[in-house]
Ligand binder design. Structure first.
Ligand SMILES: Nc1ncnc2c1ncn2[C@@H]1O[C@H](COP(=O)(O)OP(=O)(O)OP(=O)(O)O)[C@@H](O)[C@H]1O
Ligand SMILES: [Mg+2]
Length: 246
């Protein structure tokens, strides 16, 4: 169980998150909001990569700051942008990440081949990352996030830059992973999560303005679809629309 209490984050004079409180149990959660809503900031705080200005994050009742390596072992994170290791092959990069996660070297080869198959990257694993397309880099980033079977998987816009076929594929893969773990997926593309998320968390200007299943949100807002909910809530905000951004 992941619990957030009154999380706030201030970047100089910009309040990026304001008193976000949230409890997540096993399941898939879609973090939906326009550009600048605070999705990445929230994910970086949840994963311990960024300190909140205020508030607490607890994993199974303990503050993540005091868990250290124990937390890293249960956590898989694909950040939105990552300076990747262009001179590494995909397989070498995964081996490096597996070591950072504390996966034993004896278990690494099998685990690395498993995650490569998962994102359909086995054939490209021996090539240098510098020669990958954007979508291949994105898939490798997802692969490292699921190394070691983490109980908390945080994916920041995992389908950005993927072609429609891979987008559907990754979406299905995420849904299959959901048993017995928490998966938090951010996006501003409604169709990426509406079919797979047990719950949608709507973030606007650093605040959670609503949360619920797709049906609940449609009911509350008298909307025909989640896309419709999104347009009503965020139509005026953000610098790109919710759909057609394939
Ligand atoms: N390092 C930083 N310094 C100053 N302001 C920042 C910093 N990082 C983010 N912000 C600001 O905080 C707010 C939230 O940014 P964040 O990246 O969390 O949004 P997001 O929802 O992930 O957006 P996107 O959909 O574009 O990825 C924005 O107004 C952004 O400009
Ligand atoms: Mg972001």
């Amino acid at each position: 169980m992941l619990e957030l209490y009154d999380i706030s984050k201030r970047y100089k004079d910009k309040l990026a998150l304001a008193d976000v409180s949230l409890t997540l149990h096993n399941g898939v959660y879609g973090l939906l909001g326009p550009n600048g809503a605070g999705k990445s900031t929230l994910m970086n705080i949840i994963t311990g990569n960024l300190r909140p200005t205020g508030g607490r994050v607890l994993w199974n009742g303990t503050e993540i700051g005091t868990l250290g390596a124990e937390y890293r072992a249960v956590l898989g994170f694909a950040p939105q942008q990552q300076g990747m290791y262009d001179a590494f092959t995909g397989r070498r990069f995964l081996s490096y990440m597996a070591t950072l996660k504390g996966i034993r070297s004896r278990e690494q080869p099998g685990e690395i081949e498993r995650v490569l198959r998962y994102v359909n990257m086995t054939e490209n694993a021996g090539r240098l990352i510098g020669a990958y397309s954007g979508g291949m880099k994105q898939r490798l980033l997802i692969a490292q996030a699921i190394l070691g079977d983490p109980k908390l998987i945080v994916l920041d816009e995992p389908t950005a830059g993927l072609d429609p076929k891979e987008r559907v594929r990754i979406r299905e893969r995420i849904a299959q992973l959901s048993e017995g773990r928490i998966i938090l997926v951010s996006t501003h593309v409604v169709s990426d999560i509406e079919a797979i998320a047990d719950e949608i968390i709507l973030l606007k200007s650093g605040e959670i303005i609503d949360r619920g299943s797709v049906e609940e949100l449609c009911d509350i807002h008298g909307a025909a679809s989640l896309e419709d909910v999104y347009m009503r809530l965020f139509g005026e905000e953000g610098d790109d629309g919710p759909s057609c951004a394939v």
